[in-house]
Design a protein. Structure first.
Lengths: 478, 363
């Protein structure tokens, strides 16, 4: 008996070191541990479970080997009677196996692991609860059916109870599990909400621990993203001025998750966006965009785009809160394609409503940048980068409403024909009515440039050119 | 007869005369007939023409009157319609004016209230400025807190170092390293060393957070000196020989921390209800139960059982309740030993009666 305990302890210590795991694996340690799992002495059982967990944690092949060796039912079956150390180690094993792939997680579900984990969740020891909820987290992460299985096992109310426990690590894991469960589908999110999770999650936003805040914000945003009703329920939990303090946190991911939450709420309906604007959320998000760099900015940019897209009043509110300069800065500074695309899209949404909006966007000197992006990546046609597509759409939308001619002038010189059509169109609409603009147009050489453009007769472009030429007397045209 | 002869002579001429007369009459007749016809036709024609003329005139008159009447009616109709149209145009004009004013007002107040929008946007910017200020204050506060925490940590470190190195303090004879004679005033480290208490050896921590409550517990003579931390089991420990329960469980139960009710947890000195010394003394004087209630039943094992009045009679105690609880008839028993269970027992119920403090035989 002493020999067994020593052996098992040695295996556990070796398994903690990654180098020795390979040797252990070649020595066929899995079958030995399987026998020791059924040992009489409880400490041997515990330690063998612990070493199995470490082995499974290390690599996917070992986890598959463990599942194939049929260890899981033997692990799970005596779980109700065992003490808390065993339960902790068993939860560790299940977690390590589930984290690698959905098939392994499915294997765990099939051998009745979920009921055993629920029993662990009902235990009083916080370490056991943490292990069990971590295992649930990894199982639920993979896909919607597994999450549904977790919910069917009745884990959600227990997880909500876990969130209320005083230990921070347990709260973190429980929040992360709820986030992974609710991310797959609206029904799962509804189940989580029905268990009363939102109120507790909302209270925990004020907690000073950064990792906990990350998970809580991520959970709330996964819940809010599915539908208007869920977003409204999240908003009713009175998160609003509090969430804005998260945007100023020192931890980057807390800021990112906070911005994601606000984005998910803003995207559903104009009333929710209105609420966010009224509580000063737009200003906070704009400051946040200005203070971060890189992918962390992305949710903030998208949030501004969504708010501006709903209605022109909201878009004007975004402009008034000085939203355009940070977006321009993003366009210029960022190198990643999708961030540029998002910034271009957001600017397009802001500028597309009326002439007033378009002129504000144009005044910020952003149109040349957009044009550059569009021209720049057009050369690699096969790549079809998102940035160029969005830049083109944004340009089109803004140009169709823009009447601020000084901003349009520089574009005349380098634009490709598809954009030129819109620019000339705008000129042809404004010039007939405004004499000062006509004079300016001639003096800056715009008229000359227009003459140089060749267009097919009968096309829209030709019509516009004719309209412009008609504003001027014949001598000047020639 | 003569007449007859004369007639017969004239007969041949008569016949001719007659024929001639008839012929001339016939011719005359024709002419006269034609003349008569002519006269009659002229007269009839004249009459008919006169009649027709009359009819025409009459018809003219009727038509004249009728047409005049109809046209006047029509004209009245036309005048009425024209008037009606004029009125309607007028009303339309007026209605247009009213609708114009109303729609302008409505759109300007409810649908696109320019001034409200402007005020709203101003309010939004004011709110934004406010939020930004608040958030900046919040970040500053956080940064300050962090800085304070770092400073405190440094201070603690320094103090700890000073305590550890208190032997470097300078004495009267020998100046310590921080108190060089070439300096004008001693180094701040020197001052710290002077202030700090020397670090003694680490003593085992004796924590008994429930000590005070237990002292207040009315009849507890002395609180057991125990360690509140639950004992950690070293792996590989030898299980003690013999029919003992698992040591961990025993220790857990034995040293389970006290969870007193609120009433008990308050010390006698604190609550205002029993704050008076008089009340306290009175309670001490008049307890209901003279024998002290001792926590561990092994203290009671030497006490004799005193029977209650209702169960005792002048012939001694009734055996029921002490010696036996229900009647047993050993003659009726089938087997000598007790029933054995076939199904696995319920774990929770197995523990019943086997807790550490036995309060009486169960089986």
């Amino acid at each position: 008996q002493r020999a067994r305990t020593q052996f098992v302890q040695a295996v556990a210590d070796l398994a903690a070191r990654p180098q020795s795991i390979e040797t252990l694996q070649s020595a066929g340690v899995v079958s030995l541990l399987r026998l020791l799992l059924l040992d009489v002495v409880p400490s041997v059982r515990q330690t063998s479970a612990l070493s199995l967990g470490r082995l499974a944690d290390y690599s996917m092949e070992l986890a598959e080997a463990i599942v194939k060796a049929g260890i899981l039912p033997q692990l799970v079956y005596p779980l109700p009677e065992e003490n808390r150390y065993y339960k902790k180690s068993a939860a560790f094993v299940l977690r390590a196996v589930a984290k690698h792939s959905p098939q392994l997680a499915q294997a765990i579900v099939q051998c009745g692991g979920l009921e055993a984990l629920v029993i662990c969740l009902e235990d009083f020891d916080p370490g056991v609860k943490e292990g069990a909820s971590w295992a649930f987290d990894y199982i639920a992460r993979h896909n919607a059916e597994l999450s549904q299985a977790v919910v069917d096992a009745g884990a959600v109310p227990l997880l909500v109870l876990c969130i209320q426990e005083p230990e921070i690590a347990l709260k973190r894991i429980a929040a992360s599990t709820l986030s992974d469960i609710s991310k797959h589908s609206p029904e799962l999110a509804q189940t989580v909400v029905d268990a009363g999770a939102i109120a507790h999650l909302a209270q925990m936003i004020l907690n000073p621990d950064a990792k906990l805040k990350r998970q809580v914000l991520s959970a709330l945003s996964q819940i809010a993203k599915h539908s208007v009703d869920l977003s409204e329920m999240v908003v009713e939990a009175e998160i609003f001025p509090v969430v804005l303090t998260c945007l100023k946190d020192s931890d980057e991911y807390v800021k990112k998750n906070g911005a994601t939450l606000i984005r998910e709420i803003a995207k559903h309906s104009p009333e929710l966006s209105q609420l966010i604007v009224n509580s000063g959320g737009v200003a906070a998000v704009i400051d946040y965009i200005g203070s971060c760099k890189g992918t962390v900015r992305l949710p903030g940019i998208m949030m501004l785009g969504y708010v501006a897209a709903h209605s022109e009043n909201l878009s004007m509110a975004v402009i008034v809160s000085k939203g355009i300069p940070p977006l321009c800065a993003c366009l210029i500074e960022e190198h990643e394609d999708h961030i540029k695309a998002a910034a271009a899209w957001a600017l397009g949404q802001i500028g597309r409503h009326t002439a007033e909006h378009a002129s504000r966007v144009a005044e910020a000197n952003v149109l040349p940048t957009l044009l550059d992006i569009y021209m720049d990546t057009r050369s690699s046609e096969d790549l079809k980068m998102k940035a160029s597509i969005f830049a083109k759409k944004a340009l089109k939308n803004v140009l169709q409403k823009c009447t601020y001619l000084p901003a349009l002038e520089p574009l005349l010189h380098d634009a490709p024909p598809s954009i030129m059509k819109h620019i000339i169109g705008q000129f042809s609409k404004v010039l007939p009515h405004d004499s000062k603009a006509r004079r300016l147009f001639v003096t800056t050489g715009g008229l000359k440039k227009v003459q140089e453009i060749k267009a097919e007769p009968g096309s829209l472009l030709q019509e516009y050119i004719n309209a412009i030429n008609n504003c001027y007397p014949e001598e000047i045209v020639r | 007869m003569a007449a007859l002869a004369r007639l017969q002579e004239r007969l041949a001429e008569l016949r001719e005369e007659y024929f001639l007369v008839n012929r001339s009459i016939d011719e005359d007749r024709r002419i006269k007939y034609k003349a008569a016809v002519k006269i009659q036709s002229w007269f009839r024609g004249y009459r008919v023409r006169a009649y027709l003329r009359h009819l025409n005139e009459v018809a003219n008159v009727i038509q004249k009157w009728w047409r005049g009447y109809r046209c006047r009616k029509h004209f009245r109709q036309m005048v009425e319609t024209a008037y009606f149209i004029m009125k309607m145009n007028f009303y339309n004009e007026m209605a247009v004016r009213i609708q114009k004013r109303w729609r302008g007002y409505y759109v300007r107040t409810y649908i696109h209230n320019y001034y409200a929008l402007k005020k709203y946007l101003q309010a939004v910017s004011v709110n934004n400025a406010f939020v930004r200020r608040e958030l900046e204050e919040y970040t500053e506060m956080k940064e300050n807190e962090e800085k304070m925490k770092d400073l405190e940590k440094e201070e603690k470190e320094k103090k700890y170092q000073a305590r550890k190195m208190h032997y470097l303090l300078s004495t009267e004879q020998i100046a310590g390293i921080y108190n060089s004679p070439f300096r004008k005033c001693p180094d701040p480290m020197e001052l710290l060393l002077r202030k700090s208490k020397p670090l003694s050896h680490r003593r085992p921590q004796m924590k008994s957070p429930f000590a005070y409550e237990l002292y207040d517990w009315p009849t507890c003579k002395k609180p057991p000196a125990f360690v509140t931390a639950l004992p950690l089991l070293p792996v590989g420990r030898q299980k003690p020989q013999g029919p003992f329960r698992d040591t961990a469980e025993v220790l857990c139960q034995r040293y389970k921390p006290l969870e007193p009710t609120l009433r008990v947890a308050e010390s006698i000195n604190s609550p205002p209800g029993k704050a008076g010394g008089e009340i306290r003394r009175e309670e001490w004087r008049n307890p209901m139960h003279d024998n002290e209630f001792l926590p561990f039943s092994s203290c009671h094992k030497n006490d004799k059982y005193e029977p209650t009045l209702c169960r005792s009679s002048k012939y001694g105690r009734e055996a029921y309740g002490t010696k036996h609880f229900r009647e047993v008839y050993p003659e009726k028993w089938i087997a000598d030993k007790d029933f054995e269970r076939v199904l696995p027992s319920i774990v929770l119920f197995e523990k019943f009666g086997k807790t550490y403090s036995k309060s009486g035989p169960i089986v």
